[in-house]
Design a protein around this ligand. Structure first.
Ligand code: FES
Length: 103
């Protein structure tokens, strides 16, 4: 289980509201989104498209792709590579990505 080390400086950081699968939560503004979600106990972030096994962020630097989620309607966003910001709408990935219509 992920257990953050929360310093007094971290406690003082402003919070922003985001929704995760329709549920409103508060996270620290500016944290990498994957980290903010783990700090809010939103794990796992997705399921393997092959086995259905739960998957969670691993590298936190854009290499492993274990942190893919849907953000504001965009599929397969690496949540470790973007910052948490006010009003984000997150959907946890539950399977293979859907093909987007072209045209
Ligand atoms: S945690 Fe590895 S790419 Fe995001």
């Amino acid at each position: 289980m992920f257990e953050p080390v929360v310093t007094t400086e971290a406690e003082a950081q402003p919070r922003v509201s985001i929704t995760v699968d329709g549920r409103a939560i508060k996270v620290r503004k500016g944290l990498p989104l994957a980290l903010a979600l783990m700090e809010a106990n939103v794990v796992p972030l997705r399921r393997s498209v092959v086995s259905g096994a739960p998957r969670s962020p691993l590298c936190l630097m854009g290499v492993c792709f274990e942190c893919l989620i849907h953000v504001d309607g965009r599929q397969n966003v690496q949540s470790c590579m973007i910052e948490a910001s006010e009003g984000m709408s997150i959907q946890l990935a539950t399977g293979a990505p859907q093909m987007e219509e072209v045209g």
